[in-house]
Design a protein around this ligand. Structure first.
Ligand SMILES: C[S@@+](CC[C@H](N)C(=O)[O-])C[C@H]1O[C@@H](n2cnc3c(N)ncnc32)[C@H](O)[C@@H]1O
Length: 95
């Protein structure tokens, strides 16, 4: 892939805190990260959740680029709260 730049973690942390601040996140909630790249926002959610001692929602990342999807998948493979799919998020069906 040409020109891929992941979102810097400091910016990710700021955006994630804007999204979650003051919210009670339940483990039954489901969060979609469309175009997750190598997992920058998934990592940010894991950091936020650990710092805030909240439950983790189930997070699904979908990434079109095979290498990035593999990269994300290898990072979160052992985390039961995270699924990474390779594909087009506009065409991926929930099941
Ligand atoms: C700007 S990058 C952001 C990656 C990551 N979210 C981050 O912030 O570091 C956009 C990503 O979306 C992916 N993407 C673009 N269109 C997509 C689609 N229709 N389905 C899945 N992924 C897509 C690209 O391959 C790329 O990795």
């Amino acid at each position: 892939m040409r020109g891929f730049v992941p979102t810097p973690s400091k910016l990710v942390d700021h955006m994630v805190s804007l999204l979650f601040e003051g919210r009670i996140v339940g483990s039954e909630e489901h969060l979609l990260d469309p175009g997750c790249g190598g997992g920058a926002f998934i990592k940010g959610i894991l950091r936020w959740s650990a710092a805030a001692r909240t439950q983790l929602p189930h997070i699904t990342g979908i990434e079109l680029d095979r290498q990035l999807a593999l990269e994300a998948n290898s990072q979160f493979r052992s985390n039961p709260h995270v699924s990474v799919l390779e594909g087009d998020f506009l065409r991926t069906r929930a099941c």
